[in-house]
Design a protein around this ligand. Structure first.
Ligand code: C5P
Length: 223
């Protein structure tokens, strides 16, 4: 059976990560959340106190950064930055905000483009992000645009952070989500938008299982 590239795009907190993991398990695919690349660079730049206007330093940082994944049997994926497991550091709301900031820089997007292409080149991969179906893999065999109301997305993030034992404030999360929506859809380079050939799914009142079933049905028709 041919191994496809499946693209899932959508705003922050729309469930792309969880849905991607579940769908990967059902199809026997590997799932990569491309936001991790942006989180890793945003977080590392912050740790090294590199100002975001210092483009050459950011480009050098990308070249000298190794981002690797370890896919676990339970469907989760651990992220290693230069050999160190940073999964928890990158899962925080702060890392998401840093990611959103660096992701608006065209040179950073360019630097991470090649890494994302490489991650999907052999197929059998589900990539989620903001511009997978539009820019990174415009030729992906299956594309989805996953959406949900800002309130529902903030609620999910709140529960997710609580489950991980991390601090969470609902109003702050909602505010951050709205800000990230604005930033992600209004940036000059590769703004968040639905690819013309993507299937739109509003998951506000759907369970993750329902969303995965809709996707699986769509994919099996193409396979
Ligand atoms: O999906 P996640 O919340 O991990 O993404 C963090 C940030 O990284 C997003 O708000 C977005 O600004 C950026 N991003 C992006 N393009 C991608 C994936 C993430 O710009 N393909």
């Amino acid at each position: 059976m041919k191994k496809f590239v499946i693209a899932i795009d959508g705003p922050a907190g729309s469930g792309k990560s969880r849905i991607g993991d579940m769908l990967a398990q059902r199809l026997g695919y590997v799932h990569i959340s491309t936001g991790i690349f942006y989180r890793a660079i945003g977080w590392k730049a912050d740790q090294h106190q590199i100002p975001l206007h210092d483009i050459p330093a950011l480009q050098a940082l990308i070249v000298h950064t190794a981002i690797t994944f370890q896919h676990r049997d339970n469907g989760n994926t651990a992220v290693f930055l230069d050999g160190k497991d940073v999964s928890d550091n990158l899962a925080t709301n702060e890392a998401g905000i840093l990611a959103s900031k660096v992701s608006a820089i065209p040179e950073v997007r360019q630097g991470l483009f090649a890494l994302q292409r490489r991650a999907g080149q052999d197929g059998g991969v589900i990539l989620d992000g903001r511009d997978i179906g539009t820019v990174v893999f415009p030729d992906a065999e299956a594309k989805f645009y996953l959406d949900a109301s800002p309130e529902e997305r903030a609620r999910r993030r709140f529960l997710q952070l609580q489950e991980q034992g991390l601090a969470a404030d609902f109003d702050r999360l909602l505010m951050d989500i709205k800000q990230r929506d604005y930033d992600d859809t209004h940036r000059q380079t590769a703004p968040l938008r639905q690819a013309e050939d993507a299937m739109y799914i509003d998951s506000t009142s759907l369970s993750p299982e329902d969303v995965v079933s809709v996707m699986e049905e769509h994919i099996r028709k193409i396979l």
